[in-house]
Ligand binder design. Structure first.
Ligand code: ADP
Ligand code: ADP
Ligand code: ZN
Ligand code: ZN
Length: 826
């Protein structure tokens, strides 16, 4: 028995995933870092065991009725844990942000700002004080009545709806109409209403064209369908709906993302004429603080907002004491966000445009002010997306959480973070079944004597990278006059046929330059749909103000480009999920699943039963378990708690019905095959070239530990990126390809980084070009060329501070990257 004064969390017999009956003692009130190669079991220990057990106890204490659920979800496989405080997890994966949320809502800073405007804003003479709700575009009290708080109004026009007026309605003049039966129906209704559907559109009367496209009437007529290849159809009552009505309705209400996106093509968005994009009622916009409206303040970078709040003393309207308290609170909270290197973000920035690292640090900043103590915070690579210069502030912030009386457990790969830990838990030695043991648990210095550890070499014997022959570029790609976000009027050069690292502090413009502008230019040149799309989701869809043309993603973001003719192909490998539902997984994404299903349909048993490939898919009816429709689990709704998933009571997670599972290939059924790790599958499928090729590529990028059926939703951004890279590597390539990658080392132990870099350099050796956005100085030091952006983030960044071979950039004055690069090259 341990007493409450025992300062350790003691884990006994942890068997979760690959953990090998781990016993480990972890101090509370300390900064504890978990290290180990990808797949070694760090997360299984920190999240899967420690956090999961804390969560289970929490559920039990707040909701005894939830026991049944906990039973279903399964408690972590662990003998016993003592000394465990409540836990809060800040995990990067599985936190799909919603598009209505923004920096302001995630941090709750928007609430405080609204309160400030309500209590201490400057009101027009005679105007009544407004409730803080009245300053939110997301409430009925605050939303602009014209645009319902969207800030934009959508319109359509004849040119958009009918791109080719030489066609008749029957020939498909009204492109905006739905396809298939529904479109034919509308045409027949028009016909029945007496409109000429066989004359070219441009020859119809203006009045008729307007009615067809824009009417709000919905007349009902009897339609006598006659056509359609002799098939006789009965007359029916058809309702007309104008093209505008159809498009608006689909755009606003359709549940189908595809249909909504299609409808959007026929709309232009203009800033709302009433609120001018500011989304609020006129009464709210008449109130100011420090001379600005709340919409203006929400659009400022946080660092600038802090200056306004620091100056404004509450205004004459008499906020007085309450204004001082509110601004004081706001300033303190903004300071934490700025400290974490995010001062360039504005409150109105929507979360889908943020990287997962930015989002996690915002949540971290929010926690710091929550006043909780005696809690274990479990974090997942908080340094992701952070420049080494900002890592120091991150450590300060983590130190403050600890000083407030909490335990901070982080899974990390950044050696500066590892070095400053109070305690190090090193898991390994390798991935999957070759890992799962705790090699060291104690102060970091103690790792020096652990020969087996993959981490040791990077913590203690940091040898400079072996000198490599510097490559000679095969060409040069030039972007002139780049204009996007904070990158203003910049010229940038990317040498071809070499490995280039783009560096710079968070917010300096790296993703903007590479992920958006360079990618956009090359996509246009190669006619490619960049595999990953333009990095993070952009706020700037075709609908956002400023002269956006009708072409999707219009505007390449630079005045001109030279040297692109040398490029045949663009491959953008980003960190976006490979799928948003558990229906996609590693095997479906890489195409391996097709191969596997073919092998199953080829078995004698499947032939005898007449099972085709569809039978072995969990996405269509037939072979799948119908209770969970092939998902393997069912959603359980709980009062007061977020809904949770529990394994399907019928198939117990297998996803298939019993008949399908009776068919085996080399002794395993389809569910068991999906449960294999990549490494095990490579042995299992030896001799089947199509499967071997995909599996080899996955092993090469260090993903041997993933299971084939691991749902896309369970993968981290880094894993998703490496899966994309692997499926790219297994392809045969022709011509000159440019590969763009955004922080490919995220989630990777330095030992894994070495493996990944060998792959990427291999591509360059074959004559291709690789451009990575990267914070890992080992990667930058090993590049042929470095482009350093900055010097700061947001308005203080956006220029090329230095460009050249690593050794040259390491000496560039004014570069915040230089000292760290120099340290790496020493
Ligand atoms: P790390 O955090 O060190 O990268 P993980 O703890 O995520 O490693 O994974 C350790 C092992 O556990 C790997 O072999 C992985 O495939 C396996 N694993 C991870 N998550 C699951 C899961 N949900 N179900 C089964 N196995 C899993
Ligand atoms: P980095 O990749 O170096 O972290 P980014 O290119 O993401 O930097 O950001 C550069 C600047 O552009 C920042 O000020 C950021 O706030 C702004 N920015 C980036 N993406 C968007 C977007 N989708 N909408 C508005 N501003 C953006
Ligand atoms: Zn409006
Ligand atoms: Zn089921």
């Amino acid at each position: 028995m341990h007493t409450a004064h025992d300062p350790y969390v003691r884990v006994r017999g942890a068997d979760e995933h690959n953990l090998r009956h781990v016993d480990v003692d972890i101090p509370r009130d300390a900064l504890v870092v978990f290290t180990g190669v990808s797949g070694s079991g760090k997360s299984s220990l920190a999240f899967g065991t420690v956090y999961a057990e804390a969560q289970r106890r929490y559920f039990e204490s707040v909701a005894p009725y939830a026991r049944r659920l906990i039973h279903q979800v399964g408690a972590p496989k662990v003998g016993e844990i003592t000394g465990l405080p409540p836990a809060v997890s800040l995990e990067q994966r599985r936190s799909a942000p919603s598009s209505r949320s923004s920096v302001g809502t995630v941090t709750t800073l928007s609430n405080s700002l609204r309160m400030l405007f309500s209590r201490a804003g400057t009101y027009p003479p005679g105007a009544p004080r407004l409730d803080s709700d009245a300053f939110s575009p997301n409430t009925a009290a605050g939303a602009c009545p014209e645009c319902h708080g969207l800030g934009r109004v959508h319109r359509t026009s004849e040119e958009l709806l009918v791109p080719d007026p030489s066609l008749s309605v029957r020939e498909g003049a009204i492109e905006a109409w739905p396809g298939a039966w529904q479109g034919k129906n509308l045409r027949d209704v028009l016909d029945a209403l007496g409109y000429d559907v066989d004359r070219p559109w441009r020859e119809l009367e203006r009045r008729d064209r307007d009615w067809i496209l824009f009417t709000d009437e919905q007349p009902v007529v009897t339609v006598h369908p006659v056509r359609d290849a002799g098939r006789i159809q009965r007359p029916y009552q058809g309702t007309y709906m104008s093209a505008r009505r159809y498009v608006m309705h689909t755009f606003a209400d359709s549940k189908s993302q595809t249909l909504r996106a299609r409808a959007e093509r026929f709309l232009t968005a203009e800033p709302c004429p009433v609120c001018h994009g500011r989304r609020l009622r006129p009464e709210a916009l008449a109130v100011t603080f420090g001379g600005r409206t709340i919409a203006e303040l929400a659009g400022l970078p946080l660092s600038a907002l802090a200056r306004v709040l620091g100056d404004g003393d509450g205004g004459p309207a008499g906020g007085g004491e309450s204004a001082r308290v509110l601004t004081g609170d706001l300033l303190a909270r903004i300071a934490v966000v700025t400290e974490l290197g995010l001062g360039y973000l504005s409150l109105d920035r929507t979360t889908p445009t943020l990287s997962s690292g930015e989002l996690q640090r915002l949540r971290l900043a929010t926690q710091l002010r929550s006043g909780l103590f005696g809690v274990v915070y479990v974090l997942d690579e908080p340094s992701a997306g952070l420049h080494p210069a900002d890592t120091e502030s991150l450590l300060v912030v983590l130190g403050r959480l600890k000083a407030a009386g909490n335990s901070v457990f982080v899974v990390e790969h950044q050696m500066d973070v590892v070095r400053s830990a109070d305690w190090l838990v090193d898991v390994g030695p390798r991935a999957g079944e070759h890992g799962g043991r705790v090699l060291h648990s104690g102060p970091p210095a103690g790792l020096a004597g652990v020969a087996d550890s993959a981490t040791r070499r990077f913590l203690f014997d940091r040898a400079p990278a072996a000198p490599r022959e510097v490559r000679v570029p095969s060409g040069l790609l030039r972007l002139n006059g780049v204009e996007r976000h904070n990158v203003r009027g910049v010229d940038a050069e990317f040498p071809l046929g070499v490995f280039t690292a783009v560096t710079g502090v968070s917010g300096s413009g790296k993703s903007t330059l590479v992920g958006q502008v360079l990618a956009g230019v090359l996509a246009e040149r190669t006619g490619a749909d960049p595999t990953g799309g333009a990095g993070r989701e952009s706020d700037e869809g075709p609908e956002s103000g400023a002269g956006a043309g009708s072409g999707a993603g219009a505007g390449s973001g630079c005045a001109s480009a030279e040297g692109t003719e040398a490029v045949d192909r663009l491959v953008q490998v980003d960190q976006r999920p490979i799928g948003r539902t558990p229906r996609s997984n590693l095997a479906t994404y890489t195409g391996l699943f097709d191969v596997v299903r073919k092998l199953f349909t080829g078995t004698d048993e499947a032939r005898a039963r007449g099972y085709k490939a569809g039978r072995f898919s969990f996405n269509v009816a037939g072979g799948r378990c119908e209770t969970c429709q092939g998902e393997g689990f069912v959603s359980v709704e709980l009062l007061f708690l977020p809904s949770t998933y529990a394994p399907c009571p019928d198939c117990r997670g297998a996803r298939y019905n019993p008949q399908t599972l009776e068919v085996t290939f080399r002794g395993l059924n389809i569910a068991e095959v999906l449960d294999l790790t990549v490494e095990a599958a490579a042995a299992f499928f030896a001799g089947t070239p199509a499967a071997e090729r995909s599996l080899r590529a996955l092993l090469d990028v260090g993903l041997g530990y993933l299971r084939l059926g691991q749902p896309a939703t369970e993968l981290s951004g880094g894993e998703a990126q490496r899966i994309k890279l692997a499926s790219e590597l297994q392809r045969t390539r022709r011509g000159h390809t440019v590969y763009l990658l955004d922080e490919p080392t995220t989630g990777l132990h330095p030992a894994d980084v070495e493996v990944l870099m060998r792959q990427l350099h291999g591509l360059v050796d074959q004559g291709h070009t690789v451009v990575v956005v990267e914070h890992d100085m080992a990667v930058a030091a090993g590049a042929d060329w470095v482009i350093d952006l900055g010097p700061g983030g947001g308005d203080e960044g956006g220029t090329v501070v230095a460009a050249g071979p690593p050794a040259e950039v390491a000496e560039a004055p004014g570069s915040r990257t230089a000292p760290y690069l120099a340290r790496e090259l020493r």
